[in-house]
Design a protein around this ligand. Sequence first.
Ligand SMILES: NC(=O)c1ccc[n+]([C@@H]2O[C@H](COP(=O)([O-])OP(=O)(O)OC[C@H]3O[C@@H](n4cnc5c(N)ncnc54)[C@H](OP(=O)(O)O)[C@@H]3O)[C@@H](O)[C@H]2O)c1
Length: 283
Amino acid sequence: MKKVLVAGATGYLGGFVAKEFKRRGHFVRALARTPRKLDYMKDQLDEIVEGEVTVPESIKNVCDGIDVVFSSVGMTRQKGNLTFKDVDYQGNKNLLEVAQKAGVKKFIYVSVFNGPNLPHLAIVKAHEDFVDELKASGMNYAIIRPTGYFSDMGQFFDMAKKGCVYLFGPGNNRINPIHGADLAACCVDALEGEKQEMDVGGPDVLTYREIAKLALEVQGKRVKITSVPGWLMRFIIAVTKIFNKRQGELLAFLTTAMTSEVVAPATGTHTLKEHYSTLQENR
Ligand SMILES: NC(=O)c1ccc[n+]([C@@H]2O[C@H](COP(=O)([O-])OP(=O)(O)OC[C@H]3O[C@@H](n4cnc5c(N)ncnc54)[C@H](OP(=O)(O)O)[C@@H]3O)[C@@H](O)[C@H]2O)c1
């Protein structure tokens, strides 16, 4: 049994990871800036501590007595005054410093698939800059680089609900997205595993066009897919960045994802079709 700190437990992946550590018999302390968000899974955690990774003073004791830190803290959308650099890079670096002082043995961190090759994207750069800090820290580490989560594939389902799915680029590139529970199993395996860096994707490899079609068909909608050409996306991104840098960065990230192959070694059992069917049943 190890004592694990899960940072990011209030998010999609972190919630599954906290439950998976617990299921395998570990002691789980969850770090949250808004602890009430964890009320629904309070009985599945050993401790909940309040702290905000961007405020070092608020996390100075969170690693006391901890063997392993897992972090999926990250800003999937830039909100308020904070940037990707403030949270994904500096916030995780603050946590790493606290972990080092407390004598933590291993730090498991979630970056992004193909991260080292995408430094021009602000969100990816912030992740990989932290990865560099982690590698230089001397602490044992594991870096997980997943493709896209089923939570994000929900955006296609939501567009399909309205009758039309918009794709950036032709939609012929492939991705193997992954369910949070399948990815959590990988993250927890990393506790004992020797591998220090791993790419991870789900069991189904689909083009974006196939994903759009699936999202429409599961909801009994006529297939209606609109592709925004790559050249037009590049123009929209350039103009958006002038007026709203954050929105432009988000569009750049989504366009890169949809116009590249995002296929990693497959793991897990959950299919996107099942996931969309569950979303449809729960509507
Ligand atoms: N989604 C994808 O498809 C995908 C693919 C590859 C990699 N990733 C990466 O995987 C990680 C986890 O993703 P996810 O989908 O689980 O994200 P998520 O659901 O948005 O959860 C992010 C976690 O980070 C915390 N966080 C965000 N901003 C914060 C801030 N300013 N200060 C402190 N904590 C903050 C959130 O806390 P609050 O609940 O308090 O906001 C939450 O616990 C992210 O780094 C993401 O970039 C995601």
